[in-house]
Design a protein around this ligand. Structure first.
Ligand SMILES: Cc1cc2nc3c(=O)[nH]c(=O)nc-3n(C[C@H](O)[C@H](O)[C@H](O)COP(=O)(O)OP(=O)(O)OC[C@H]3O[C@@H](n4cnc5c(N)ncnc54)[C@H](O)[C@@H]3O)c2cc1C
Length: 349
């Protein structure tokens, strides 16, 4: 028995292990309802943590049992395998929103879009183009969420995290987070840092960011109008989460060399492309739709969404196997026909 004074519930068939006095670790909890794909088997152990002490205890439990652990937010960027996860899933529910010296600090467990609405109502500019992205505040820096001409890295000042290998609270400036296109050092070192809060620098006198072509028709819009326009565009591009499962864009847009871009443009003069830090970012949706004609391609109950083929939509009852087969098929067509390697944006658990 260690310092946590662990107690086990009396019944042999109990599914709950109680950590006194802090929290309950449950057993065999289905993960599908905790994800937006609504797919996947059970976690061997599952716990909700509301502060760093609970996080420490959860990690000690995993260590003692010699099992792996996974940090879960809103489950909107993961695909859980049909057989589930054999370790401990730690769901981050650290709450709180605080304003201090023009900065906004939000707990990792807050819902991202609720935070966007909160700051829009307070007339603060900076994250309105990121309206409607599902998931938690804590996961937002992991892949430097981005949409409609904006990225989190433009407003983020600091990230506070728990270094799970050293057992320390650490603080990272924007520059230390290693942000890039849908990536950060948190994504490159999964399992090392659990983000506990995020600090944003927002502006009272912002200028609308209308760089994205679908927003260019807006004339001097208010913050609320930008948010509503973004939500309107998103409603047309993504499946209705109340009806179907998805994790949004399943793949990353590939970044290719200038020579490769020229070769592609000779074959597909209308190909959409964007400048990127280390090459040219190619519109994968364009290639899947116009070059490979894959929109609507199905495997079991999963398909490339008709309105946006970067998105995999899954009917209720779909298997993770359906999604993975479809993703592998798409990757093989890209490799064989266009000699381009693509990578999933979604983390497969
Ligand atoms: C319909 C739909 C539309 C989407 N649109 C966009 C979009 O426009 N732009 C965009 O960028 N993304 C988009 N996404 C993807 C997703 O919403 C984001 O990646 C979001 O930030 C994931 O948050 P989450 O809390 O659900 O993370 P989860 O899915 O729970 O986890 C994702 C990853 O982050 C890690 N993680 C979670 N919380 C923490 C934490 N506190 N500390 C450290 N690691 C953590 C997990 O271990 C996992 O590796 C979309 C998804 C859906 C379903």
């Amino acid at each position: 028995m260690n310092h946590m004074t662990r107690r086990r519930r009396a019944s042999q068939h109990s599914v709950k292990l109680v950590f006194a006095p802090l929290m309950t670790i449950e057993e065999n909890i289905l993960l599908a309802p905790l994800t937006t794909f609504k797919i996947g088997g059970p976690a061997r152990f599952f716990v909700r943590v509301k502060n760093i002490d609970e996080l420490r205890e959860a990690l000690a439990f995993a260590k003692e049992k010699n099992i792996s652990f996974f940090i879960l937010g809103g489950g909107s960027n993961i695909l859980v395998r049909d057989e589930g996860f054999p370790g401990l899933v730690i769901k981050i529910e650290i709450g709180g929103i605080e304003e201090k010296d023009g900065l906004l600090i939000a707990g990792a467990g807050e819902e991202w879009d609720a935070l966007v609405l909160y700051v829009v109502k307070k007339n603060l500019w900076g994250i309105e183009n990121l309206s409607g992205i599902p998931g938690s505040v804590g996961a937002a820096p992991v892949q430097n969420i981005g949409a409609y001409g904006a990225e989190l890295k433009e407003t983020l000042s600091f990230v506070e995290a728990f270094d799970m290998s050293r057992g320390l609270i650490v603080r990272f400036s924007n520059a230390e987070c290693g942000f890039g296109y849908r990536t950060s050092m948190f994504k490159k070192e999964p399992g090392r840092f659990c983000i506990t809060s995020v600090e944003l620098k927002l502006s009272k006198n912002g200028v609308p960011n209308l760089s994205y072509r679908d927003l260019q028709g807006l004339k001097n819009p208010s913050l609320l109008l930008v948010r509503e326009a973004v939500l309107g565009i998103r409603a047309k591009k993504f499946p209705d989460l109340t009806q179907e499962g998805t994790a949004g864009s399943f793949f990353l847009n590939p970044i290719v060399s200038k020579e490769k871009t020229e070769e592609l443009l000779r074959r597909f003069p209308q190909l959409l492309k964007f400048p990127a830090e280390n090459g040219v970012k190619i519109s994968l949706a364009w290639l899947l739709d116009r070059a490979l004609k894959l929109k609507g391609t199905k495997r079991g109950s999963a398909r490339l969404f008709e309105r946006q083929p970067l998105v995999i939509a899954a009917k209720r009852g779909a298997r993770a196997g359906d999604v993975r087969e479809l993703a592998e098929f798409v990757a093989s067509r890209m490799r064989e026909e266009l000699k381009i390697e693509i990578e999933p944006e979604v983390r497969i658990l």
